[in-house]
Design a protein around this ligand. Structure first.
Ligand code: AGP
Length: 609
């Protein structure tokens, strides 16, 4: 996934573009570039590597000077990260930036080569630039050329486009990939996401598929795919520029870990009425819940891990069958779905291609869809039948923490309402669970404070490990999945999560004194069994790090390091346990000197398959 920006206004365009891109680097950071109208021409500056490389290059060679242009930060899909593959890409009169994937770019490239065009890069994006240029040559109208081009394109795109013949004008169009149009005072913006423009304006339009925006000094015009003008509804972001700064923290990730108590409050509290969850504003009808036969929770990565917790809780208290699927598997395994089923799509960005495709598949099979999404107005949010927004605010660090936490909180809200609708819990239990959920923000705050020092200490035991295991049973197994992913993606240390009871069926052969094992054992009913599994690995020399409750007395023969969390309603403990798992990963990554917020090879949201 990439980040695109565009600007038309009264400020130094290069500065605005670079600043806006700095808030989109979480979307990809393999290369960066800008194109600005300068002295009647289009000046391009672009380079491989992070945005800092571009700013250094412009310091040395000079930056384009103008008041309108486009910019891009890349997560490579077609063509390796390199100067020549960096965006923007150009034709004779057209220059553009692109987020997405053009699936039929090869046939289009062949067509263009047959029509005398040559290419310098390996990218699908250059094909789009040359195709717009080709149709502009034929039609001599920029908007018609854009429309004609998109009729040939298959795949996803958000495009920022400038034409040499139309100075200080930026054109934009999207299909599948997100794009917002920022509305400022005498200035306008395009951006892949609101954090890029929040410092200039909170007001924006959301472009629908194949709508075209034209930004010029005369303001903003929007057209549909038939070149008919349309009026857009102005939206206003409900957070401010501080939300996208580090506010004194060394990294976004540790800032966002510390924002978790507030994120839970903002997500849960407004949805509690008379001591019970009320999701009516999310278009969720208790009657519908009562009749739900099967639930599928479909997501990717950390979002899928929140679904694993949801599964255990919903099956335990609502006695409803729940299947958790990785979205990229779900969409291709021809799932058995019927109209009485509910598909829950969980996504922080609301733009993950596999999760979006899974939701569309479910709808095509007649199932109802519920989206749990953090990004306002995102594609998944707009297409779901029912929608619960999480209110974590923008999550900038590629490693998801506060978004995971609020996904958990929504899983609980939903599970409690589902169980009450099904009659498997009475009102007293419903209110009890809800009251405990309302206690979690303060408890999470306490756990952050009480486990930070031990997490730092534990990270020193992991920093030189080549590989480690995370083990647990039940909810603790679901948590071990998230702990393992957090560590892998930011420390680059291999790890895997394993059901503690399954170890003896093969994987225990991996255990050596060099392989640390992080054991999560917070569920009383499973505690003794997990301790037995811990002893099995301890007996084979593993260094054991155990996460358990305050009240658990852990013998020295069991664990080398013990990290304790408060005793609390056990079904809600995942919201407390995930904190030390996040902190252990964070401090290990810091100790390894990694780029915590922008780990190698990753991007915040994967809007391509
Ligand atoms: C989270 O730490 C990861 N960066 C990643 O697994 C992420 O959860 C996944 O890509 C899903 O993203 P989404 O929630 O925006 O759909």
């Amino acid at each position: 996934m990439c980040g695109i920006v565009g600007y038309v206004g009264h400020r130094d365009c290069s500065d605005v573009l670079v600043n806006a891109l700095s808030h989109l680097e979480y979307r990809g950071y393999d290369s960066a570039g800008i194109a600005v109208f300068e002295n009647g021409d289009i000046s391009v500056a672009k380079t491989k590597g992070k945005l800092i490389n571009l700013t250094e290059k412009m310091k040395k060679e000079g930056k384009p000077k103008g008041i309108a242009g486009i910019g891009h930060t890349r997560w490579a899909t077609h063509g390796e990260p390199s100067d020549i593959n960096s965006h923007p890409h150009s034709g004779a009169k057209v220059t553009l930036v692109h987020n997405g994937i053009i699936e039929n770019y090869k046939e289009l490239k062949d067509f263009l080569i047959k029509n005398g065009r040559t290419f310098v890069s390996d990218t699908d994006t250059e094909v789009v630039a040359q195709l717009v240029d080709h149709y502009y040559d034929c039609i001599n109208d920029p908007i018609k050329a854009i429309i004609r081009t998109t009729q040939d394109l298959r795949g996803s795109f958000a495009l920022g486009i400038i034409f040499k013949d139309f100075p200080d004008t930026v054109f934009a169009i999207r299909r599948e990939s997100p794009l917002v149009i920022g509305v400022g005072e005498g200035e306008s913006f395009i951006a892949s996401d609101v954090p890029a423009i929040i410092e200039y304006t909170k007001n924006y339009y959301l472009l629908e598929h194949d709508e075209i925006a034209v930004l010029s000094k005369d303001g903003i015009k929007v057209y549909d795919s038939h070149y008919q003008p349309i009026v857009k509804t102005l939206k206003t972001a409900d957070w401010d520029v501080n939300a996208v700064g580090k506010c004194g923290y060394p990294h976004y990730m540790i800032k966002e870990i510390n924002e978790q108590p507030t994120a839970i409050k903002n997500t849960v509290t407004p949805r509690i009425k008379d001591g019970m969850p009320d999701l009516s504003e999310c278009n969720i009808d208790p009657d519908f819940l009562r009749k739900v036969k099967n639930i599928f929770i479909v997501a990717c990565g950390t979002a899928m891990h929140s679904g694993m917790v949801g599964k255990y809780v919903m099956e335990d208290i609502a006695r409803t069958p729940v299947t958790v699927d990785i979205a990229s598997e779900f969409r291709y395994r021809n799932p058995i779905i019927s109209s009485g089923d509910l598909i829950i799509i969980v996504s922080q960005s609301g733009e993950t291609a596999d999760s979006l495709a899974a939701m569309r598949l479910a709808k095509s099979k007649g199932a109802k869809t519920l989206a749990i999404v953090n990004a306002m107005g995102s594609t998944i949010a707009r297409e779901a039948d029912m929608l619960i927004y999480t209110h974590a605010g923008p999550e900038i660090s590629v490693a998801s923490t506060k978004a995971y936490m609020v996904q958990l909180s929504v899983m609980y809200l939903f599970a409690f309402q589902l169980a009450y609708a099904k009659g498997t819990i009475d009102e007293q239990k419903y209110k009890y669970y809800t009251s405990k959920l309302l206690e979690t923000p303060d408890l999470v705050k306490d756990v952050i404070e009480s486990t930070t020092e031990m997490a730092q200490k534990i990270s020193t035991q992991l920093v030189s490990a080549d590989s480690l295991l995370y083990i647990g049973r039940g909810l603790d197994y679901a948590l071990s999945m998230e702990g393992s992913l957090k560590l892998k993606e930011i420390s680059y240390i291999h790890s895997e999560s394993y059901a503690a009871g399954e170890l003896k069926h093969g994987t225990i052969s991996l255990i050596t004194p060099e392989m640390p094992v992080i054991a999560v054992a917070t569920q009383s009913a499973l505690y003794e069994k997990t301790v037995s599994n811990i002893k099995e690995v301890k007996a084979r020399g593993a260094k054991v790090i155990m996460i358990c409750k305050e009240s658990d007395n852990v013998g020295e023969d069991v664990a080398d390091f013990v990290l304790k969390i408060p005793n609390f309603e056990e079904i809600l403990l995942p919201m407390l346990v995930c904190v030390p798992l996040q902190l252990i990963a964070y401090y290990t990554s810091v100790q390894r000197g990694n780029d915590v917020d922008q780990p190698r090879n990753l991007a915040k949201s994967v809007t391509v398959e």
